[in-house]
Design a protein around this ligand. Sequence first.
Ligand code: G16
Length: 546
Amino acid sequence: MSEANIQLVPTTPFDDQRAGTSGLRKPVRVFQQPHYLENFVQAIFNTRPELKDGLLILGGDGRFHNDVAIGIILRMAAASGVARVIVGQHGFLSTPAVSHLIRKHHAQGGIILSASHNPGGPNGDFGIKFNTANGGPAPEAVTEAFFNETRKIRAFLIHAGDVPEIGRTGEFMLGDMRVDIVDPVSDYADLMQHLFDFDAMRKLLASGFQIRFDAMHAITGPYARHIFTDLLGAPAEWIMNSTPLPDFGGGHPDPNLKHAASLVALTQGENGVDFAAASDGDGDRNMILGKRCFVTPSDSLAVIAAHAAMIPGYRNGIHGVARSMPTSQAADRVAERLGIAHYETPTGWKFFGNLLDHQRITFCGEESFGTGSDHVREKDGLWAVLFWLNILAGSRQSVSDILAAHWREYGRNYYTRHDYEGIDSGIATQLVETLRGQLDGLRGQRFGDHTIAWADDFSYTDPIDASVSAHQGIRIGFEDGSRIVYRLSGTGTQGATLRVYLESFEPDPARQQLDTQHVMQALVDIADRLADIRSRTGRDAPDIIT
Ligand code: G16
């Protein structure tokens, strides 16, 4: 080993490197502090000894600081004795593509550089996540080990050699470490062709069926161009904002009704397109739209589970279905009908990992625009879009007809989420603490037609490893099956974000086509009264409604 090129650099710990819901996310300027990234990366190498002499997958969503971080991580990997790194060309890899590459190459882990849907650019956010050998996000025990290591770290190792030019593919050496720079798209596109009926989708797109996909100037642009244009024959202009930009073009790469409003507009009116979809910064989220129709992520999971038999990759049967706790219970109803298990997990994709690895579930999803299956160990934006397109190609129905039929059969779980962003952290914590203190006395309280049947602070025991995750959100259940859930986001970087999730069940088909916000108004008022949201936060209305 060329020891002379390996430098041992003294450092001092930072005290704020505990991972949130999904990795370490901070403003770019925090990551630009000397040694901030290095300390965290060294904590990974120190606590994951299998990376020594192992294979690491490395890539990110192309946001500002991605290239700088890739260079540092490559030099640190070489100094820590990693045998080989596979990097996406230009440093690009979507989160699901990293998960796939880890699994395909039996890598010991992967590092993903992304702050997901948070804005990018010099004044935006940056982030780093570690995925383990199963391809999934590091579980809490692993991220806690990172955190503990960052609090005592005194030095990091870095190789002094030149980093290969990441703009071209090929095989390079950095010290004794091999660096393979690969096309980020091809393996992922192969996997999609294995799962879905590309012939049927190609025919649908050639039949006059209009679709649009908005990559929001983030990572899915190159993936969508290849899949929709090269493989499915869609005109290039159907793929919007398909060039990844370091600041996402100044936009907020979050596929929801607010941040993808221009896409939503294309689905409105008589000439609205038949199908539209968007993905986020790192390609794991998705939003599904039809002509004048928005599919909630909760309904999307339920519809996907109900249509599995139509899709080549799932035709041979499915295991159970899991959803995060605040996600609506629509998927549970499908699972019960199919006679398969269903699970309720805390927010965070990492909680699905054990269930997927042990074949307890095939599909999983979250209200936060995440849907996925056992094909990888991350949520997967383009996979969900292709799943819907395959359903549409097979059924030749519109998105709204598919939804209406689903609700007729299973009932409709009306659902909405209200977010209060950037509120004072102390106020947010106090609001939740106060609610928690009142839980025991809530049962039996009446608010108009709504009577509280139960209330708790959600705690999850993993059925595989028996690990317990407590304080995962306040749940309030009503006698008619409605629910209100309160929790604080674990992905924000400014103050606190209070999320209020509301759900009510409507079995009567004659009442399943009403306006969601209208239907939910009574519950919204109850949610405000129970938690004193307006008076505590000083806000009259949520910042985002989805
Ligand atoms: C991350 C996690 C998801 C989670 C979402 C929202 O998504 O991977 O599992 O549902 O954050 O979390 P929170 O409500 O704590 O903000 P992403 O797409 O940001 O990685």
